[in-house]
Design a protein around this ligand. Structure first.
Ligand SMILES: [Zn+2]
Ligand SMILES: [Zn+2]
Length: 216
């Protein structure tokens, strides 16, 4: 028995159901592996699904697993595609690998980091997690651009995405690097922040390229 094949089948059942499709024939076609029909029968014995005529229906056990896999897959796609600028194809391929071993707490951390996104880059819905309902009010992302940071707050620089590659060096010489703790003093007329008791001013374009997370 291949648990990867089982996971792929569960995930496909979930995706097909979003299109109101649940026939065994479509699942077999979608997976393209000759062991698929056998595996579906084994999955029924294992209590993951029920076979009704030519259709399948997830049991509670199958439903939970399919939902978790889909959630991890689609969140991973968002992370690679949006944050790390990985191509759509590669994001999807990597998501297929990573979905099998992301732990629940790491998954919720990724979800919070991304601001509990409702959809993947393909526009498909991401099943909600516990973290999403906790942050229902406002859906504020954990990591924000410095320009959206609150004056007077302390934050840790999580990453910097310079539009101009030479800028990173200049910023790092000022101590603006991932991991630095900053305090935002003002936004107008320019952004003034404090790092290690040094006061620095940056323009608004740079403030868009620095991503911070609140730090107590
Ligand atoms: Zn997707
Ligand atoms: Zn969430």
């Amino acid at each position: 028995m291949s648990s990867t094949l089982r996971d792929e089948i569960l995930e496909l059942i979930w995706a097909l159901r979003e299109k109101n499709v649940n026939s065994i024939e479509d699942i077999v076609k979608g997976i393209g592996d000759s062991d698929t029909s056998d595996e579906i029968r084994k999955m029924e014995k294992a209590g993951c699904l029920l076979i009704r005529n030519h259709d399948v229906e997830l049991t509670e056990k199958g439903e939970t697993r399919a939902r978790d896999l889909t959630r991890r897959h689609r969140l991973a796609e968002r992370l690679f595609h949006d944050v790390l600028d990985v191509s759509m194809k590669e994001s999807e391929e990597t998501a297929c690998e990573i979905e099998h071993f992301l732990s629940p707490s790491v998954t919720d951390s990724v979800c919070s980091f991304l601001g509990h996104p409702p959809t993947c880059p393909h526009g498909k819905p991401i099943p909600r997690g516990v973290c999403c309902s906790k942050y229902k009010s406002g859906f504020r992302p954990l990591v924000v651009q410095l320009k959206d940071f609150e004056v007077g707050s302390r934050g840790r620089i999580v990453f910097i995405r310079p539009s101009d590659s030479t800028r990173l060096e200049r910023l790092s010489s000022m101590g603006i690097i991932a991991g630095s703790i900053i305090k935002l003093k003002q936004k107008r007329p320019s952004f003034v922040l404090e790092i290690d008791e040094t006061t620095l001013a940056v323009d608004s374009m740079i403030a868009e390229e620095i991503y911070v997370k609140e730090h107590q």
